[in-house]
Design a protein around this ligand. Structure first.
Ligand SMILES: Nc1nc2c(ncn2[C@@H]2O[C@H](COP(=O)(O)OP(=O)(O)O)[C@@H](O)[C@H]2O)c(=O)[nH]1
Ligand SMILES: [Mg+2]
Length: 194
């Protein structure tokens, strides 16, 4: 969180976390396509030649008013591939809220759990923990026949009983609902500190 009192701006950082190819970039692309250009910046994507996230994607959106301040939400995605550990740690610095984008396909359970564990490690390095931090769970790729049932996914991934939304990010289903919930969850947490 960063407050620019002169500009009356409240900057909040929300990070989309999750394993590679779970749909994090797709979430940001859909948000970018749906939000009035007056309320958002450009979508910045750093990609490798294979079109996978190299470092991060970034999009800033602006909504509403909190205690007389204009909140700007800085949305980042992390690179999910195991070897970008350092990028993930850096992107999580100063984070205010997390959306964990899980890949619902049954054979991605281990990758989802590894990524959650990696998130926990990185939160701890930044002085937080999964238990005390505002994060929500998006169960993405619900359109695929290979996806596990919601109940099963929740049992495996939602051991802390956080708010959960199922989604088909490639069609936009659940994407704005996820953002709204992430914003509410993040604001509820910072509200006491300003
Ligand atoms: N079938 C299906 N494909 C999806 C969905 N969301 C994303 N994808 C596809 O999954 C691939 C990886 O998505 P991407 O957003 O790049 O994943 P990231 O690595 O988490 O950023 C792309 O080909 C997307 O089009 C979904 O809900 N359903
Ligand atoms: Mg990506």
């Amino acid at each position: 969180m960063f407050i620019n009192w002169a500009q009356k701006e409240l900057n909040l950082k929300i990070v989309y976390y999750g394993p590679g190819l779970s749909g994090k970039t797709t979430n940001l692309e859909y948000i970018y396509s749906q939000i009035n250009p007056d309320c958002r910046g450009e979508l910045i994507m750093l990609k490798t030649r294979e079109e996978r996230t190299l470092y991060f994607d970034f999009l800033q959106v602006e909504f509403g008013n909190i205690k007389g301040l204009r909140p700007k939400f800085n949305l980042y995605t992390i690179p999910g591939q195991v070897y970008y550990t350092e990028s993930r740690r850096i992107i999580l610095r100063g984070v205010d809220g997390v959306v964990f984008v899980a890949d619902s396909q049954a054979d991605r359970t281990v990758e989802n759990l590894d990524s959650l564990l990696d998130l926990e490690h990185n939160l701890i390095k930044n002085g937080h923990s999964l238990e005390s931090f505002p994060w929500i769970l998006q169960l993405n790729k619900q359109d695929l026949a290979t996806s596990g049932s919601i109940a099963d996914l929740k049992e495996k991934l939602n051991f802390l009983d956080v708010p959960t939304i199922d989604a088909v990010a490639s069609k936009g289903t659940g994407v704005l609902e996820t953002l709204k919930l992430a914003i509410q969850n993040t604001i509820a947490n910072v509200d006491e500190t300003i």
